[in-house]
Ligand binder design. Structure first.
Ligand code: AHR
Length: 506
């Protein structure tokens, strides 16, 4: 295979928010995964599992979405503030969680968690079983700097300064568990909630610091997702618009048809089915970006300069990842092991997001800990980093860089590439998704090369995973690459491997 990279061919900046995370009170994501309690024997920081906090601090995810997901639609924020012993207990049945929520990890704990790991929060409001007033109050509690009853309450709970939460999701999967709404119903409801949102602007001409995220389509139902975006934007365009900053697409790579395929036991066909399923994300993003563009054209622009002008709606992917069949019967709910197959697929999804950074601005993997496509799995007091964690660490190097166009001169099946540049360095990802074949790749550059280092992830078997018995079986490794001439590199890539090259140019 041969590719050509010209570092002048850049086409967009990689929004660091594409490397976001998603956490929810579901299975053991928050309870056990993050919250262990202040009196726990498990080392913790104010009740939060130290292993998780330390690992995420290193990763520094730019954004974390919470409290759901489906759980957002049963979540009442007031249950999660104030003295922990006084907080009410509710029950979560979602996806077989079947667990009590003592609300130990509420708004202030979530904000402390975000601060500890260096992330911005994305709150998803409860549109199904709360009210416009409850949403408004939550926003006031988080963001009001002037003295009000709610900002005083925040102060009493230890946080005098407003949290300045920017990202607010209005509804979750509203076509499904979030209300089984039609696009028309949702457009009406969205208007109500969005219009009622406080702006925290001191003057009407100030920039609105609130970023409103509408529930987008179900990424896996081809016809419905087209219909959803078209019909929602059509209904939304009918009257004066209360503003919408982004539509939130969810993309799960479903692997649920074949009983014999489990997260840790699968064959060659299963491997390629999952890899190929991953690639669908590319087509979906492009299709959705086009639909949003078309929809925007039909939205009449306001006559008065005081009215909001809607000339851009971003596409965000609030949930993405592999969903294997066994997750549905897993205890704790939705927990699944993460093998090299998932790592390859995760790397590919990140590359697809980055490649489309002119179309997608934010994305959150579902979910960070103990649920679905996890980066972290916990077993008792052990905090195990899955190979997905390493992929995210390896890809950190792309954040904020300019995406580069790659010209492929000779294609090779199941090999995927992506490149970006920053300050005299080209970062090149090469995923060899071939299960058995080593691949030779020639890279031609428009610049002279000074040095090359390689981060890589691979294992002896595709079904390998990190476990409590062998927590570091799959770990990122590093090496120097010597085989290059002036502007050309020859690379040998192991089967089933993720490779990130740091190419310093002169
Ligand atoms: O991530 C698990 C669940 O998947 C979320 O709660 C929901 O939004 C989606 O259906």
């Amino acid at each position: 295979m041969k590719i050509n990279i010209n570092d002048q061919n850049s086409y967009g900046q990689i929004n660091p928010n594409l490397h976001g995370q998603f956490i929810e009170f579901l299975g053991n994501c928050i309870d056990e995964g993050i919250w262990v309690g202040k009196d726990s024997k498990i080392p913790n920081i104010d009740g939060m599992r130290k292993g998780t906090v330390d690992a995420l601090k290193k990763l520094a995810p730019p954004v974390v979405r919470w409290p759901g997901g489906c759980y957002a639609d049963t979540y009442h924020w007031r249950d999660g503030i104030g003295p922990q012993k006084d907080r009410p207990i509710s029950f979560n049945e979602n996806f077989g969680t079947y667990q009590r929520d003592r609300h130990s990890f509420g708004t202030d704990e979530f904000m402390e968690f975000c601060e500890l790991i260096g992330a911005q929060p994305w709150f998803n409001i409860n549109m199904l079983s709360a009210s416009v007033q409850e949403m408004k109050d939550w926003m006031e509690y988080c963001n009001r700097s002037e003295k009000t009853s709610l900002s005083n309450q925040r102060k009493d709970n230890g946080h005098a300064e407003p949290y300045a939460v920017k990202y607010w999701g209005i509804g979750n999967e509203v076509w499904g568990g979030g209300g089984s709404m039609t696009p028309e119903m949702y457009a009406d409801k969205y208007r109500e909630y969005a219009s009622a949102m406080p702006t925290f602007q001191k003057s009407i001409f100030d920039q609105n610091p609130i970023y409103k995220i509408a529930s987008g389509p179900d990424g896996n139902k081809p016809i419905e997702r087209v219909k959803w975006t078209k019909d929602f934007l059509k209904a939304f365009s009918r009257y004066r618009q209360p503003g919408i900053n982004a539509m939130d697409l969810h993309f799960y790579n479903w692997n649920i048809e074949h009983e014999s395929d489990t997260p840790t036991d699968f064959g060659e066909d299963d491997w390629y089915r999952v890899i190929n399923g991953t690639r669908e994300l590319d087509q979906i993003i492009n299709q959705q970006a086009d639909l949003i563009k078309e929809g925007l054209q039909n939205i009449p622009q306001p006559e008065s300069s005081l009215d909001h002008r809607l000339d851009r709606i971003d596409l965000v992917v609030g949930e993405w990842g592999n969903w294997h069949r066994t997750a549905f019967t897993a205890k704790p709910a939705l927990k699944q092991q993460v093998t090299m197959r998932d790592a390859i697929s995760t790397a590919l999804m990140l590359d697809i997001l980055q490649k489309n950074s002119d179309k997608v601005t934010m994305a959150c993997v579902a979910q960070t800990i103990n649920v679905l496509n996890a980066l972290i799995l916990t077993e008792g007091d052990q905090t195990i980093l899955t190979p997905n964690y390493d992929v995210f660490m390896m890809y950190k190097a792309h954040r904020g860089n300019s995406a580069l166009k790659i010209q492929t001169n000779q294609d090779q099946k199941n090999v995927y590439t992506f490149a970006s540049k920053k300050d005299g360095e080209i970062i090149l990802d090469v995923i060899n998704a071939n299960l058995n074949d080593q691949v030779k790749l020639t890279v031609e550059l428009n610049r002279e090369i000074e040095s090359i280092s390689k981060d890589f992830l691979q294992s002896d078997r595709p079904t390998d995973f990190n476990s409590s018995d062998n927590p570091d079986l799959i770990r990122m490794q590093q090496t120097e690459v010597k085989d290059f001439s002036k502007g050309e590199i020859t690379l040998e890539l192991s089967p089933a491997s993720v490779n990130v090259f740091h190419i310093k140019t002169i």
